[in-house]
Write a protein that binds this ligand. Sequence first.
Ligand SMILES: NC(=O)C1=CN([C@@H]2O[C@H](COP(=O)(O)OP(=O)(O)OC[C@H]3O[C@@H](n4cnc5c(N)ncnc54)[C@H](OP(=O)(O)O)[C@@H]3O)[C@@H](O)[C@H]2O)[C@@H](O)CC1
Ligand SMILES: Nc1ncnc2c1ncn2[C@@H]1O[C@H](COP(=O)(O)OP(=O)(O)O)[C@@H](O)[C@H]1O
Ligand SMILES: [K+]
Length: 501
Amino acid sequence: MADGVQILTSAQIRATESAAMGSGGTTGAQLMERAGAAVAGQIRLRWPQPRRVLVLCGPGNNGGDGIVIARRLHEAGWPVEVLALPEGPAPDAALMRRRCPVPVRPLGEAAWPAAPAPLIVDALFGTGLARGLGPDLAALLARAGETAAEVVAVDGPSGLCLDSGRVLGSVPVLPATLTVTFDSLRPGHLLDAGAALCGRVLVADIGISSFRPQPAQLVRIEDASLLAPRLSKAGGGHKYAHGHLVVIASGAGQGGAARLAARAGLRVGAGLVTLGPSRDAMAEHAAPPDALMRRALDSAEDLATLLSDDRIAALCLGPGCGVSRAGALLRVALEWRRPLVLDADALTALSQRPELRSLVHPGCVLTPHGGEFARLWPDIAARLAAPAERGPAFSRLDAARAAAVDLGCSVLLKGPDTVIAAPDGAAAIHAAQDLGWLATAGAGDVLAGLISGLMARGLEPFKAASAGVLLHAAAARRAGPGLIADDLPEALPAVLAGLGA
Ligand SMILES: NC(=O)C1=CN([C@@H]2O[C@H](COP(=O)(O)OP(=O)(O)OC[C@H]3O[C@@H](n4cnc5c(N)ncnc54)[C@H](OP(=O)(O)O)[C@@H]3O)[C@@H](O)[C@H]2O)[C@@H](O)CC1
Ligand SMILES: Nc1ncnc2c1ncn2[C@@H]1O[C@H](COP(=O)(O)OP(=O)(O)O)[C@@H](O)[C@H]1O
Ligand SMILES: [K+]
């Protein structure tokens, strides 16, 4: 399992809540009171001066939380209006409605306030969202969206599937300024459209964390400081003790992407890195860094000979390699059965050579972006591209997990929301929607170099992929706006020093 903060799906948070209540230590109404109090508290922290607030409540427990929020804000002297859908079969929510000192009026066109409230609390649907919003509700929310009110979403914006980060149905949802969720994040807060729609996400502790399922199957990776002990070279050791990485490079005239990967491998601490271009491309790959070693590799036989050296610890195949060259070397790389990163052209080559799929093994990390993923797994990609009608919708997380199980290796699906899945079901999400500058040629090559460098240093594939993504993002933050891929390896020394590695 990667180091990180546990993420629970809707089904898992429901089970956690049931276990907490089943223990006899708490009741559903108490949990609802804590949840509502936490949201009201966050609202008052963010907007210290009372202001008119419109609380929109749904039929279930999300709506029950909304009623608690309304009561709490009313008690604090805020002018509160509550509009609610008809009650569903949720006894705790019904209890809260009976206790509510503010009139609860039916939500609909007739009751909609003429003058818009500056703050809207969206407590319509949370983890119980089963389908897209109906047209009447969607129209009301669209109107609310036009008023430039600030929106606080309870658990998540209503209409957003909290398991996938996808909007259900073809209806717009009300984007939130602030989302307050309970106990832990859901995948949908980080994935796909969810990250933008949720705004700032805060997690309120409601006292049920000891009832979460263990071990964690899904985490958010965000804290690079956890990596420091594994990245440190304190304690000595010869360069070979830190691993020898081989990065396959291109034939003549095909560019320097592999050099970016190799440079990243060196910077992340692999003891030695050998770049392997074809013989006729040796001269063009002679550029710095001089710390790189070079070895001409023209054929699968040349690669097999090189890999017979036991000291070689990891191989990176794909960046700037050319699809036909990657295809020619792929079988030997896979039959080596040692730590291997397949990226870029190697992924395209694998999609064209189905007979090699059975050779993929647990020591491999595949790092596709969306296009490469769709070439390798067209059926899974089609499920992801299909409209999301019902919750839980098929997600990028589901897609990466299905791919990891299919090939029996770790799969890293790249994007602003990167998902890493291991074949045993472990998974991690890294949200970097603030790092648009990473959408630059060669950023992925650097990532492949980081991961393979970490694998050369002995990190197991899933952990190396998780750590590589973290370091990649940290380097991008360090390099800042205007970054190009070449800057990322150069930013690593400062990142590593900052981590105390
Ligand atoms: N877990 C925890 O630890 C805690 C959870 N808490 C809170 O509970 C929330 C989950 O509550 P929940 O399970 O009652 O579901 P919720 O989101 O209120 O919706 C279900 C209702 O909506 C209906 N419905 C669904 N989709 C619809 C649609 N498109 N259009 C119309 N109707 C639709 C659905 O009806 P049905 O699908 O059966 O027709 C059902 O009546 C969670 O998000 C959190 O806020 C906290 O109080 C305490 C701790
Ligand atoms: N908009 C974005 N926000 C954050 N990260 C991004 C964004 N676009 C791309 N990335 C990241 O940058 C890298 C790009 O990799 P890739 O698509 O393979 O590019 P290339 O092939 O040009 O190297 C990946 O790590 C991806 O997660
Ligand atoms: K909500």
